[in-house]
Design a binder for this molecule. Structure first.
Ligand code: 5GP
Length: 199
């Protein structure tokens, strides 16, 4: 192509692409509540809805918090490459449907993935431009208290989640930004700044 035939848009194709933001942190750290608060004031941000084989918790609705699918359906999604990433976590499968994320990025939107560490590492390989944020609890004791107060998981599941949390916390330095969710409003401000300014 001759240089003089290039339009400004053709010279800068990447400026129209959206951004991918990965939020990771131990179960119970408050990622979901922070993201909900962030989305309520920033409707321009899009949260990817994952597929999972986990049973819905009371109040969770198919297509809102997750797409709740059985293992055979999830395995079919893996086999047909419908997932951007996926991981097994506490005995269940979780994955990010590829189509919606790719369409939103192509449309110039900012998409947030709220995913665990294994998935975040896959995204780092497949989408190196993704901006990665890690949310930490003030302490492991506080994390355990939050998991128990939430009252959604039986004790063995809480133990699994706490064990996983230690692995995740050890990987915090792999992320672009680390935010401690001690005071909620402070963490929300920091996350807002990271998501809007980062990358
Ligand atoms: P929960 O069962 O508490 O909803 O989620 C358990 C863990 O799975 C959380 O750390 C959550 O961030 C993670 N998770 C949710 N969706 C996905 C996903 O699509 N991919 C991966 N890798 N992790 C996910």
């Amino acid at each position: 192509m001759q240089p003089e035939t290039l339009t400004p848009q053709a010279c800068q194709p990447s400026t129209s692409l959206g951004r991918l933001v990965v939020l990771t942190g131990p179960s119970g750290v408050g990622k979901g509540t922070l993201v909900k608060a962030l989305l309520s004031t920033h409707p321009e941000l899009h949260l990817s809805i994952s597929a999972t084989t986990r049973q819905p918790r009371p109040g969770e609705v198919h297509g809102q918090q997750y797409y709740f699918v059985d293992r055979a359906t999830f395995e079919e999604m893996i086999a047909t490459e419908q997932l951007l990433e996926w991981a097994e976590y506490a005995g269940n499968l979780y994955g990010t449907p590829r189509g919606a994320v790719e369409a939103e990025i192509a449309a110039g939107k900012t998409v947030i993935l709220e995913i665990e560490l294994v998935g975040a590492r896959v995204v780092r390989q497949t989408f190196p431009a993704a901006f990665r944020v890690f949310i930490l609890p003030p302490s492991l004791d506080e994390l355990e208290r939050r998991l128990r107060d939430r009252g959604t998981d039986a004790d063995p599941v809480i133990q699994q989640r706490l064990a996983h949390a230690q692995t995740e916390l050890a990987a915090r330095d792999e992320f672009d930004v680390q935010i401690v969710n001690d005071d909620f409003d402070t963490a929300l401000r920091q996350i807002e700044q990271a998501v809007l300014d980062g990358a």
